[in-house]
Design a protein around this ligand. Structure first.
Ligand SMILES: Cc1cc2nc3c(=O)[nH]c(=O)nc-3n(C[C@H](O)[C@H](O)[C@H](O)COP(=O)(O)OP(=O)(O)OC[C@H]3O[C@@H](n4cnc5c(N)ncnc54)[C@H](O)[C@@H]3O)c2cc1C
Length: 438
């Protein structure tokens, strides 16, 4: 299903209601006393900041009910923006209280209450660290897997300290039903975390896969083919992805998302990657028979069921993988809808699936436009990068009834999306899959 404006609207409204719900509950209940506008405003920001932090776990909890409707892409971008928002509110909470009444400074005074002062200081430090490490992880040379672990642990600490703080202050939550609601709300956080880190790996352990082939492509790409062991395997729609762990245990820090590159019903599952870090660089050394665990499928980067809906695809580098899965599925279904693929790479050697794409041009109603930025001598095709002119060139007259897919470098995706919108392509017709999410 596509991330249509109505789905986005529905989930946004729900998010706003959930974010404000503890605050509304507090307002609805009796108050011990009123303490002036700035104090109450500072407290309100604290409540909203805490609930936003809690919902961050739910947003990244890979819930099948939400992700397919909103799109993992939108969710992660939202998670990113909401994280910054939650940090601003969480930090504004004490600052505004200190401004409203200097007596609140005692909350950070170890001589008044050492555990409280230590916990609240820790919460402030963790809040800042969560955001700073996310924004500048590469500058701090923090390995992705360790960042991911620290991100979860630091965020959980903030939420748990926040809960204890609310319950201890108990100025607004002294009715049992208010306390129960706040605890239940934080429970969502812990539940999401347990699901992703404990329950799902446990389920994956019972449904292993094994590597049946490792193919090195001409350039730097590698394809790993796997088969389910003792079960039927994942049923996925072309264009979707799964979280993958390679090795004897699904409880690993090295769990990464990869789009299926095989067609929906070809009898095996394959993934194709280009090396950009330690995990993807290790693919060529993976041996046949190695255990693989998959969690999924996820993603809304899917083709319209109607065979009459034309499609235009934009890919750079490994971004071709989910598109390849879609094209292979179209070929298997003998689906002759009109398709155009713009595939940008540095050189010919780096074009993944080049010969298969050439065959597909004959088997399908498909036009492939390769564009190379550093072509080898003798290349007669297009050179350069995907430009706004090229985007306009491939937008069909009936763009309102055409699906546009893009899985490419961030800069290219931003440019293509803006150009499509400028040319009256409806937003719900634009499907994007971002590989580089942080
Ligand atoms: C939905 C989705 C589908 C993807 N499909 C493919 C694919 O089919 N083929 C392909 O080559 N790549 C794909 N990627 C990107 C792939 O997940 C990362 O390149 C891979 O995780 C890098 O791991 P690494 O250890 O080799 O590199 P690292 O050094 O760990 O990371 C290099 C960069 O990759 C990104 N990255 C690392 N781990 C993750 C992660 N768990 N989630 C998201 N981004 C991460 C980060 O931006 C990081 O800076 C996909 C990403 C997403 C989000």
């Amino acid at each position: 299903m596509k991330a249509s404006p109505s789905h986005l609207f529905k989930w946004t409204v729900l998010y706003v209601i959930l974010t404000l719900s503890p605050l509304l509950l507090v307002i609805a209940g009796p108050m011990k006393s009123t303490r002036g506008f700035w104090t109450e405003f500072g407290v309100a920001l604290g409540f909203v900041g805490l609930t936003m932090m809690c919902l961050q776990f739910a947003i990244t909890g890979r819930w099948r009910e939400i992700a397919p409707q909103v799109g993992a892409d939108h969710l992660l971008q939202f998670h990113y923006a909401a994280g910054i928002g939650a940090m601003v509110l969480t930090l504004a909470h004490p600052l505004i209280l200190f401004y409203a009444d200097s007596k609140f400074l005692s909350y950070l005074d170890p001589s008044v209450n050492l555990p409280r002062a230590a916990a609240l200081t820790l919460a402030v430090i963790c809040t800042v660290l969560v955001v700073v490490l996310s924004l500048w992880r590469k500058r701090f040379k923090l390995v992705y897997e360790w960042w991911r672990l620290s991100h979860g642990v630091l965020s959980l600490l903030v939420v748990l300290i926040g809960l204890v703080h609310v319950l201890q202050v108990a100025h607004h939550t002294y009715q049992w039903w208010q306390t129960a609601y706040i605890i239940a709300f934080v429970g969502i956080t812990v539940y999401s975390l347990i699901q992703v880190r404990v329950v799902r790996p446990m389920q994956m352990k019972k449904h292993p896969y094994e590597v049946i082939d490792v193919k090195a492509h001409r350039g730097s790409g590698t394809t790993i083919k796997v088969n389910p062991v003792g079960h039927d395997g994942i049923k996925f729609d072309a264009g979707q992805y799964a979280w993958m762990t390679v090795g004897p245990s699904p409880y690993s820090l090295q769990q990464h998302p990869f789009s299926f590159s095989s067609g929906e019903k070809c009898g095996h599952i394959s993934f194709t990657a280009k090396p950009i870090g330690d995990f993807t660089s290790s693919w060529r050394g993976v041996e046949k028979g190695t255990r693989v665990y998959l969690e999924g499928p996820y993603g809304a980067f899917k083709l319209s069921k109607s065979a009459k809906t034309p499609a235009v695809f934009f890919a750079t580098g490994a971004g071709i993988t989910p598109i390849m899965s879609i094209l292979r599925t179209l070929r298997d279904r003998n689906d002759m809808r009109k398709c155009v693929l713009v595939d940008a790479n540095p050189n010919q050697k780096e074009i993944l699936f080049l010969s298969e794409l050439q065959e597909m041009e004959k088997a399908l109603n498909l036009e492939v436009i390769h564009i190379l930025s550093r072509p080898e001598p003798g290349w007669e095709g297009r050179t350069g990068y995907i430009t706004e002119e090229l985007v306009r060139e491939v937008i069909p007259a009936d763009c309102k009834h055409t699906d546009f897919f893009m899985c490419a470098a961030t800069k290219v995706m931003n440019m293509v999306e803006a150009e499509l919108l400028r040319n009256n392509v409806p937003i719900h017709r634009i499907l994007s899959e971002r590989f580089n999410i942080v």
